[in-house]
Design a protein around this ligand. Structure first.
Ligand code: SF4
Length: 223
């Protein structure tokens, strides 16, 4: 059962203070997938499941030289696409999702990746995280992107008490100013990778420690 939090003015101010500190700490924040268009980002985010962005970037350098259009992906020779994305893991599943998604994009959207959330969610292999990434990055729609880092950092910062990404997304939407949704999501990822790591978060070196309840909670739990 989701524990929905009502966001008070004070909580929103704290979230904004965290945002400002993260903005200072990570001035060059951006999506770490090197995409050139919505189709590339869609495919890269499908490939990024259980894989690092760095590996996806390497694999996609060759991939996008061979396959440039939805037609090329949808009609890829049996085995060829699987081989090309092998290094990203779960290649059979991912190749199937890419082929089927591209076939739908051709048939229903004239070869263009749709902007609409419901339309994106109909594509095989596309969940809310991918749909929000595409909408926020490529179409300028305010979008909260909840990945594993965002989920962990948001919980530690006390922005949410939920564990389901869908509910975390709603909590963050209620807390963050809409104009910052996409940027704030990137800050959470950067901070989760660099400082607020899954194991041994570097609280002593953290720019938002003064706004974060986690170190105090942790000390209390240890006693
Ligand atoms: S103070 Fe610690 S737990 Fe809180 S955001 Fe920083 S690193 Fe994460």
């Amino acid at each position: 059962m989701a524990k929905r939090q009502v966001k008070s003015k004070r909580e929103k101010e704290r979230a904004l203070a965290v945002f400002e500190r993260l903005r200072t700490a990570y001035p060059d924040v951006r999506c770490t997938l090197d995409y050139k268009n919505p189709l590339q980002l869609l495919i890269m985010t499908i490939l990024a499941a259980q894989c690092t962005d760095a590996r996806v970037n390497i694999v996609c350098r060759d991939l996008f030289r061979k396959y440039e259009t939805p037609e090329a992906f949808a009609n890829a020779a049996p085995g060829a696409l699987e081989e090309a994305i092998h290094a990203c893991g779960f290649f059979n599943q991912k190749a199937r999702a890419i082929r089927q998604s591209c076939a739908i994009i051709i048939e229903k959207y004239n070869g263009h990746v749709p902007e609409d959330m419901a339309a994106l969610l109909e594509l095989p292999g596309v969940g809310r995280k991918i749909a929000n990434a595409v909408r926020g990055e490529c179409f300028g729609k305010p979008a909260v992107i909840v990945d594993t880092h965002c989920k962990r950092v948001a919980n530690r910062l006390g922005f949410t008490k939920n564990s389901e990404p869908r509910h975390i997304e709603q909590d963050l939407m209620a807390l963050w100013p809409e104009k910052y949704w996409t940027l704030y999501s990137h800050f959470m990822v950067f901070h989760g990778r660099a400082v607020c790591r899954a194991r041994n978060p570097q609280c002593d070196a953290c720019v938002v420690v003064a706004c974060c309840p986690w170190p105090t909670r942790k000390k209390r739990d240890v006693k």
